[in-house]
Structures are given as C-alpha cells and as structure tokens.
Write a protein that binds this ligand. Structure first.
Ligand SMILES: O=C(CO)[C@@H](O)[C@H](O)[C@H](O)[C@H](O)COP(=O)(O)O
Ligand SMILES: [Zn+2]
Length: 196
C-alpha cells in the first residue's frame, strides 16, 4: 500500500515535470508575445482584466496582485484587476442575469479599447470566459487566452492580434501547474522590460 502511495506521488511529480518540459518547447514564443502586449498596454496607460473559474479564479487574483502589489522587485503598482473577487458583483450578476455573464458584464463596465483581457480556462470551453472574450473584442480590447488541451472553443475565437498560451496537456491539474509558472514568468519578464 505504502509503495503504491509513493508511486502515485512520484507519478504526479514526474508528470508535472514532463508537462513543463513539453510546454517549454512550445510556449516560449507566445509567452514573449503576451509579455510585449502587456508591457505596451501598461506603458500606454491601459489596464489588464483577468478572469477564470475555480483554480483559474485563484490564478486570476494571484496574477492581479503581483501587479497591484509587487512580484519580486520594488516598483510602481501596475493596473490589473481580477474579475473573480467581488462577491457582490458575482452574486448579483449571477443571480439577476445568469452565471454565463458574471465576467462579461464586468468587462462591459470596466474594459476600454487598448486594455487587455487575460482569459484563463484549462478546457477553453467555459461559457462565462467565452462571453467575456466576445465583449472584450467588441470593445477593442486585446485578448491573451491561457488555455490547455486543444484550446477548445476559445482557441477558435482568437485572431492574429490575440495571444494563445496553450499548455500541451490534457489533465487539468497539470495544465494549471504550467499556468502558474507562465504567470510568474510573465511577471518576471514585465518587471525586467519595464524597470531594469
Ligand atoms: O482547480 C480545479 C481543478 O484542479 C477546478 O476548480 C477547476 O478549476 C474547475 O473545475 C473549473 O470550473 C474548470 O474550468 P475550465 O478550466 O475548464 O475553464
Ligand atoms: Zn485545482
């Protein structure tokens, strides 16, 4: 039993390491594109809105806080807002209009042309994230989609001006682990390009 348990634990570590190695071979160029888009938006006085469900909601607020607070170095706060944190907005919009529009209504309220919507979904198929992208596009915002598997419906919605950060893996947990690495890498790169 203990052997089986240890093997299961070791398997999770090995699979996570292998997924990160595979992602390194496909995701460097799109991550660089995302960094350039975010730096340009911040330098133009634009902001970034971030959304996702479940573990990706946690990622959204984690990512926003790295910008409004700090990542590693002391620097001026940067404008990033997680659309996953205002329980009054989430419950009122969800209750009155439906869960599918909990993010898109906030994008409609807060998003301006030139802002970025950073949309996180491991399946690429979450309805509320899809609707947020639709509204963001209609408002002239840039889209950075961080997805997994085959990118789902979200990957199909993206144009050449958008960025598709797709983790080449199928297991949600493994995708999320690469998502977190991607977010920290972007923070490191944004700080380096803007402040070092
Ligand atoms: O964290 C996990 C699984 O690791 C879950 O909470 C997961 O995020 C939720 O099932 C989400 O609703 C999945 O949505 P998505 O990534 O497919 O857009
Ligand atoms: Zn999880």
């Amino acid at each position: 039993m203990n052997m089986q348990l240890n093997e299961l634990i070791e398997f999770n570590f090995t699979q996570s390491i292998e997924t990160k190695q595979q992602a390194q071979s496909t995701m460097v160029a799109p991550i660089a594109d995302a960094v350039k888009l975010i730096v340009a938006a911040f330098q133009n006085g634009n902001k970034m809105l971030i959304c996702g469900n479940g573990g990706s909601a946690a990622d959204a607020q984690h990512f926003a806080a790295e910008f409004t607070g700090r990542y590693e170095m002391e620097r001026t706060p940067l404008p990033a807002v997680a659309l996953t944190t205002d329980t009054s907005a989430l419950t009122a919009i969800g209750n009155d209009y439906g869960f599918d529009v909990v993010f898109s209504k906030q994008v409609e309220a807060l998003g301006q042309a030139g802002d970025i919507l950073y949309a996180i979904s491991t399946s690429g198929n979450s309805g509320n994230v899809i609707k947020a992208i639709e509204v963001a596009k209609a408002r002239g915002m840039h889209i950075i989609a961080m997805v997994g598997k085959d990118g789902g419906k979200i990957a199909q919605m993206l144009s050449g001006a958008d960025v598709n950060l797709c983790v080449p893996a199928n297991r949600t947990a493994r995708i999320q682990e690469v998502h977190l690495l991607t977010l920290h890498t972007i923070c490191d790169a944004v700080d380096t390009l803007m402040f070092k």
